[in-house]
Design a protein around this ligand. Structure first.
Ligand SMILES: Cc1cc2nc3c(=O)[nH]c(=O)nc-3n(C[C@H](O)[C@H](O)[C@H](O)COP(=O)(O)O)c2cc1C
Length: 319
């Protein structure tokens, strides 16, 4: 089985990826958050620093591109290849209207001829393998019926499917009947992605889709960092709290070193806690929650660290 860490723009950057992979196990590979093709004109852009090979601490990473003009796509792919990568993922799922309106991300899902043009460009470069990450459609899952015949015409290494439509954003539920249809339509290796928030959910998805051998998890792993290990091995470590503490300390230290000023540091850490709070009984971002209240309210690093310490000291989360 192959497990992928999903790309979460602004969240699973190199700092989080490196720290996550130093403390937890289970993932085989991470897809990095998208690089807009237009960023290729600025080689110094932070997007390229995020995937610089010497910044990865051995984490296997696959960069992702968000479409742009033909020239920008080629230039962006060339920059990624120059960094030593031989596989690139194309983002065809980003649901935000600013992106979709320009015919990028999920905006491509309802436009098979635009997809064909982009795949022509990327697949003819011949210097890297291409995978794609899609939703079922832009507004309607029937979009995939015209999309898959196009995807099937190209030598893609895999198709990652998040079974929502673009206009849903992250609302509502994943459409498993829609995923079953995608599986029938797709001639490539298919990866399931979406709403794997706990082990029971994974087991039920695996029993419904026994032919799937590759899974991608984003928010669920940020909420419960032991979930990938549990999926891989069937068990969880004994010292969960100590590992979470070490993860937090590592992340805090890296962000304090890399970010300018306490405001940015606290914003980033609160964002992490909007997911990680779930491990301490808070509802967590995917279900509309926020960081645990003491952490959310903290205005200084000292207040923040005191709130975190209180959370660790007062909580017993080992099963
Ligand atoms: C804050 C946020 C940022 C995201 N950024 C990206 C991105 O850069 N590229 C991408 O393909 N998907 C992106 N996604 C979608 C995730 O990769 C994933 O498909 C989605 O969260 C569903 O998987 P999950 O339920 O396991 O989190 C993002 C999702 C969120 C919530």
């Amino acid at each position: 089985m192959t497990l992928y860490l999903a790309p979460l723009h602004g969240v699973t950057n190199k700092t989080v990826r490196n720290e996550w992979f130093s403390h937890f196990t289970g993932f085989d590979r991470a897809i990095a958050p998208f690089i807009p093709a237009a960023a290729a004109s600025r080689p110094e852009a932070k997007h390229f620093r995020d995937i610089a090979p010497d910044a990865q601490s051995g984490v296997p990473v696959e960069p992702q591109i968000l479409a742009g003009s033909r020239d920008a796509l080629l230039e962006c792919a060339a920059r990624i290849v120059e960094l030593g990568y031989d596989e690139i993922n194309l983002n065809m799922g980003c649901p935000y209207s600013m992106v979709a309106k320009k015919g990028r991300g999920s905006g491509l899902l309802a436009d098979p001829s635009a997809v064909r043009s982009i795949l022509d460009v990327l697949c003819s470069a011949g210097t890297f393998k291409l995978s794609v990450k899609i939703r079922l459609g832009l507004e309607d899952k029937r979009d995939m019926r015209a999309l898959f015949p196009v995807l099937n015409d190209y030598p893609l290494s895999r198709v990652i499917v998040h079974p929502r439509v673009g206009k849903q954003m992250y609302r509502g539920t994943v459409d498993l009947d829609g995923f079953a249809e995608a599986l029938e339509l797709c001639a490539h290796e298919t990866v399931y992605n979406g709403d794997i928030f706990d082990y029971e959910r994974f087991l039920s998805l695996r029993s419904r889709f026994p032919s799937i051998d590759s899974w991608m998890i984003g928010r669920g792993a940020l909420m419960d960092p032991f979930l990938p290990e549990q999926i891989k091995t069937g068990s969880r470590p004994k010292d969960e709290l100590a590992k979470l503490r070490a993860y937090h300390e590592g992340l805090y230290a890296r962000y304090r070193r890399d970010l300018y000023g306490p405001g940015h540091l606290l914003d980033k850490m609160k964002e992490i806690w909007s997911y990680l709070g779930h491990s301490f009984g808070y509802s967590g971002a995917p279900r509309g929650g926020a960081a645990p209240p003491g952490i959310l309210k903290a205005k200084t690093p000292e207040a923040y660290l005191a709130a975190v310490e209180a959370l660790f000291a007062g909580t017993k989360i080992d099963p």
